[in-house]
Design a protein around this ligand. Structure first.
Ligand SMILES: [Zn+2]
Length: 98
């Protein structure tokens, strides 16, 4: 499970559930384009005004803040326990902490 920090509210979000992979698509409103957002902070409408289905928390796990998590060289988050257990893939390195 790859997780990242929402650039608006600072919560932990899953790349498969939040506004992460599609953030550079041109269909999104200008103010959201390029931002990694959680499902709740993602745009409610596309540039043409049609509904996206975003704008509310997905409920697949409890929403929590990313503070205290570690950031890898790709911008994804890891818990300190996971890194201490040696589970960070060898091609990644920790570059910071939220
Ligand atoms: Zn958010």
């Amino acid at each position: 499970m790859s997780v990242y920090q929402c650039e608006t509210c600072g919560c932990v979000e899953n790349t498969a559930l939040g506004f992460y992979w599609a953030r550079h698509d041109k269909d999104w409103p200008e103010e959201a384009r390029g931002k990694a957002l959680c499902s709740e902070c993602a745009p409610r409408v596309y540039s043409d005004g049609s509904a996206t289905g975003w704008g509310k928390w997905h409920g697949r796990f409890t929403k929590r803040q990313a503070k205290g998590m570690l950031i890898d060289s790709q911008g994804l988050l890891w818990s300190k326990e996971t890194v201490a257990a040696g589970q960070l893939p060898p091609h990644l390195r920790i570059v910071g902490e939220v």
